[in-house]
Design a protein around this ligand. Structure first.
Ligand code: F6P
Length: 330
């Protein structure tokens, strides 16, 4: 099999489509390099004293882990050096981080969840990094929060890395969804999934069922019908899979199908997951792989953001199942 590295893939995309500029290509490579460094830190664990809490909270009042902050620092440092960004937003920072004016100020905005799946960091379960790339509006000056208020449909690239038994990078530049595996010997991401397609039907669903008492009627109905199995209206048995790391749950879904749900409910009235650096990039990746993503009522990529750390309900994955849930909402 011909080995295609991430660099080769991006150069080929640049030649073929013109939508990938050399600056976007270099930015994605900087982010991928940062993911390699994060993967290395995750892999060291207790040996490098990176496990456990950092003793601080993020803007949403969630306790930060040491690895959350280390990953955030790695991404900032890589991108300050890279010079392809105007500013970066992260789950770990309240305000946008404007890149120092080195005379190479870039034309893109990056939004990241540096280390997704925080509750799994200390227990050796897959975690990951999620990223979304927007164009920086052309007006001069340092980009403010307003510059980031673009719907997910404006993303020029989105991706995530999973730090699991293998380190995998999933990427879309708007021309399908592809996957790369980190070859640790040569230090490169090598393409291993050239054309990811999510089956339209599935018998697997992912939801945190400890929230069941808080669910809205459409979600309750959908899950009850799955639980009823063969004897119920669905006429088939379903299986639950819930890893509690969105990166790992979404990776499973793009690999073999399934539906992932973190809906708005009576407790999380605005939803649990963040729109700009969790739902939007995952929605683009899933749609580019033939799946669908909604907050229940609206296509995720059509939601107009009003705040950097805004939350949303998320239902994504196999198209026919997502459409079924959306039909229960309507
Ligand atoms: O913050 C994001 C996240 O860690 C996701 O990766 C995951 O799906 C979710 O939170 C799990 O949250 P909870 O354990 O509260 O259901």
């Amino acid at each position: 099999m011909r080995r295609i590295t991430l660099t080769q893939y991006l150069i080929e995309q640049q030649r073929a489509s013109g939508s990938v500029t050399s600056e976007l290509r270099l930015l994605i490579e900087v982010v991928a390099r940062a993911c390699k460094a994060i993967s290395h830190a995750v892999g060291k664990g207790a040996l490098a004293d990176v496990l456990g809490g950092a003793g601080s909270d993020n803007v949403q009042g969630e306790a930060q882990k040491k690895l959350d902050l280390i990953s955030n620092e790695i991404l900032i440092e890589a991108n300050e050096w890279g010079g392809h960004l105007a500013a970066m937003v992260s789950e770990e920072m309240e305000r946008p981080h404007v890149m120092p004016d080195t005379g190479r100020k870039g034309g893109f905005l990056l939004l990241v969840d540096p280390l997704d799946g925080s509750s799994n960091i200390d227990v050796n379960v897959s975690i990951g990094t999620i990223f979304s790339v927007l164009r920086s509006p052309p007006e001069g000056g340092a980009p403010d929060e307003k510059a980031f208020m673009q719907p997910g449909s404006k993303q020029v690239a989105a991706g995530f890395a999973v730090y699991g038994p293998q380190t995998i990078l999933v990427l879309t530049v708007g021309n399908g969804t592809v996957g790369f595996t980190l070859d640790r010997e040569i230090g490169s991401f090598v393409m291993t999934q050239p054309n990811i397609r999510i089956p339209a039907d599935t018998a697997e669903y992912a939801i945190n069922s400890s929230n069941a008492r808080n669910w809205d009627v459409p979600v309750k109905r959908y899950i009850d019908e799955c639980l009823a199995g063969k004897a119920g209206v669905r006429g088939k048995d379903f299986n639950t899979r819930w890893i509690a790391s969105m990166v790992a749950d979404v990776y499973r879904i793009i690999t073999r199908g399934g539906i992932f749900m973190y809906p708005r409910d009576a407790k999380y009235k605005d939803g649990r997951l963040r729109l700009m650096y969790e739902a939007n990039p995952m929605a683009m990746i899933v749609e580019q792989a033939g799946g669908a993503a909604t907050d229940g009522k609206t296509r995720i990529l059509d939601i107009q953001p009003t705040a950097l750390h805004q939350r949303t309900g998320v239902v994504l994955g196999s198209k026919n199942e997502v459409e079924r849930v959306a039909s229960y909402f309507s």
